[in-house]
Design a protein around this ligand. Sequence first.
Ligand code: ADP
Ligand code: ARG
Length: 344
Amino acid sequence: MNYPNLPKECTSLLCKYLTPELFEELKDKKTKNNFTLEQAINSGVENIDSGIGLYAGDKESYTTFAPLFDQIIEDYHGFTKDDSHKSNLNPNDLNAPNPDPEGKYIISTRIRVGRNVDNMPLGPAISKEQREEVEASVVKGVKQLEGELAGNYYPLLGMSKEVQNKLIKNHFLFKEGDRFLESAGLNKDWPEGRGIYHNHDKTFLVWVNEEDQLRIISMQMGGDIREVFTRLVKAITSIEEQVPFSYSEHLGFITSCPTNLGTAMRASVHIALPNLAKDMSRFKNITNKFHLQIRGIHGEHSESEGGVYDISNRRRLGITEVQAVQDMYDGVVALIEAEKSLSS
Ligand code: ADP
Ligand code: ARG
């Protein structure tokens, strides 16, 4: 393979850090699962509007291709190769009373973590048989869940388009055909091995074999962030007893995209900020100050509708889960203050 064509207008972290020299250094390296640099960078090469553009095929990718991954990890998370990751899943350490008890701004709250099964390749390098093995072991694990977490597994294979589209529209299920995942090799054999587990009320859900092998999700209407976090922690702890997760002392939970490493946690609210939306520079000053990311109403790479945004923590590595949620909480409090001042 030759150095890829990375046009000047490409602003992804891949384009920023993949110099011809670094490419030469890494181009012939392979992990034990035969994952190559060419596969790792393909999504960013094919999608030049990527923000990041790089995926790992296995835990080993993070060491085999470290000279590239480390720079991108440091740029995104502010986490250097000498830092170490730490975890805190204790809801008692979270200071997050409902920032909107009257329900004027926050529509819903969702917190998810990504997880992958220990000693398995990640999605970009997994075989069909291994993916099915992952599905079987996750389904066996979640079927043991009890009480509020008890539910059913619905494989994508055989699900009617009508049910699938309704679940997507209502924010419960992942979309189909994401071009970034497609070029990362994450949509291979679709829809086999993919599915969703959820409890009766759809306040607890597990996505199986999407970008990560598990996405464990807690969500509900309104702004009770602590209740959502508490349910998520209960779920993570119970699933971990059944399914061993891939973890590294340095990088925390291993995920296929380097933005998700560490806590692998994204805590978000859907929030109506119609006035702030008219002053995007003020809006972005606040989100930058609190390390927040703005997404549209139908998830990543979607647009806002009616002044409603998905606001979430941006950092996930080198901070604890409690801090990740606290980032989101503190920022949301500031956003509501600003919105109030503009509407009075
Ligand atoms: P992920 O959170 O897994 O990284 P996305 O950004 O694509 O992926 O979001 C997945 C789905 O979750 C989308 O349908 C999105 O609208 C929904 N979602 C995210 N945050 C919230 C929230 N606070 N309330 C309701 N739905 C949400
Ligand atoms: N690969 C995509 C990009 O670089 C997404 C990166 C972050 N999001 C994610 N779902 N992993 O823009």
